[in-house]
Ligand binder design. Structure first.
Ligand code: NAD
Ligand code: DAU
Length: 338
């Protein structure tokens, strides 16, 4: 089987490529990635020389290239992860989010239809549902109500994918997962950012009062769910993915400080993210019951292991955060703390 993974050099994508090579050794993985600031071939260093991992540098919005890749590699299935993924960046500059997440996804869907690809797995997000109050869970029937430019662009792509199934009978499955954590996450997202700052004895910028809630899932559990959806998901269906691990941001930040042995005085409450969603929580009953998927990581231990990974992989995060990213980060960081 030949699987095209888009965005395979990013956080989840690189973990997914590794997962596939380990657990589906007969599959060839074609990895189409533009290598934006968030994508690094270094994330897949251990696969150097692996004939069943084929890297293609390119944009999912390049129709000619995408069709060529689908034909040349006789792609059976697509796992579409390539995206601009960071909410704060979408507030600073929404255009790139529309271009890649909406238009790029549309080009990929159209190419899949034209060439005749078997299955199209659209990797969406729980953020398409908007925000919850103190109770309740997102189910697959919860109406979409995205709030940020990021989540709106993902909702557009998610609905386009479902429209391609409905209208053109393309074999589409959509997944909507909660917040991931684990190795190789770019240090702009909550967990790696806080670890890196703590290790530098820099303030840890907590938005608002720190009581916003996210539902955390280890990235390997997300990967196994994506493969379950690819292999066993029903055409035209949506599957929520989550690990029943709701935590307030401030709990996570304190746990990280404890793990690296730094004082809570490093915590700095800063101006809230505009339009900050209060709470996400996933009801994953459907994927558990219909596809037999279940998470295997226990949050407290896996968070400690994740923190330890960043402590041990300092050269990795120093390299990926150098150059152009440094400029963005420094500007943002100064603004947040002022
Ligand atoms: P990421 O930012 O770490 O990686 C994105 C990857 O996509 C990078 O390798 C980047 O180079 C590539 N890319 C960006 N624009 C591209 C383009 N135009 N053409 C080709 N490649 C391009 O993102 P992530 O956190 O790994 O998220 C991956 C996917 O999973 C996204 O679609 C995201 O919406 C979704 N998702 C993420 C989470 C999470 O917690 N991180 C949760 C649910 C869903
Ligand atoms: O829910 C799935 C989504 O999770 C994915 O679709 C997105 O791609 C992914 O980035 C993530 O979005 P969030 O906005 O929830 O993740 P982030 O790590 O940016 O923030 C997590 C929480 O931490 C959120 O409530 C904002 C808060 N936060 C974040 C940063 C970066 C802070 O308090 N301070 C910070 O510096």
């Amino acid at each position: 089987m030949n699987i095209l993974v888009t965005g395979g050099c990013g956080f989840i994508g690189s973990n997914l490529v590794r997962w596939l090579r380990k657990h589906r050794p007969d599959a060839t993985v074609i990895n189409l990635d533009k290598l934006t600031y968030a994508g690094n071939l270094e994330n897949l260093k251990e696969l150097e020389g692996d004939p069943k991992h084929v890297f293609v540098k390119g944009d999912v919005g390049n129709r000619e290239l995408v069709e060529h890749v689908l034909r040349a590699h006789k792609v059976d299935a697509i796992m579409h992860l390539a995206a601009e993924s960071h909410v704060d960046r979408s507030i600073l500059g929404p255009e790139a989010f529309t271009v890649t997440n909406v238009l790029g996804s549309q080009v990929l869907l159209e190419a899949a239809r034209t060439v005749g690809v078997g299955r199209f797995l659209m990797v969406s997000t729980d953020e398409v549902y908007g925000s919850l109050g103190p109770t309740g869970l997102f189910t697959e029937k919860t109406p979409l109500d995205p709030s940020s430019p990021y989540s709106s662009s993902k909702a557009a792509a998610d609905l386009l994918a479902l429209a391609y199934e409905h209208t053109f009978k393309l074999d589409v499955v959509v997944t909507r997962c909660s917040n991931n954590y684990g190795p190789f996450q770019f240090p702009e997202k909550l967990i790696p950012l806080m670890v890196v700052n703590a290790l530098h004895d820099k303030p840890l910028p907590v938005y608002g009062d720190g009581t916003n809630v996210r539902d955390w899932l280890h990235v390997d559990d997300h990967c196994s769910a994506l493969v379950a959806a690819l292999e066993k998901g029903k055409k035209g269906n949506v599957y929520n993915i989550g690990g029943n691990s709701e935590r307030q941001n401030i709990q996570i930040v304190k746990a990280i400080l404890a793990a690296v042995g730094k004082p809570e005085s490093l915590i700095k409450y800063v101006t809230d993210r505009p339009g900050h969603d209060k709470r996400y929580a996933i009801d994953a009953t459907k994927i558990r019951a219909e596809l037999g998927w279940q998470p295997s990581f226990v949050f407290e231990q896996a968070l400690k292991d994740t923190v330890a990974w960043y402590v041990e992989h300092r050269p990795w995060w120093e390299r990926v955060t150098s150059g152009a990213y440094r400029q963005y980060f420094d500007t943002q960081y100064k603004q947040r703390l002022s």
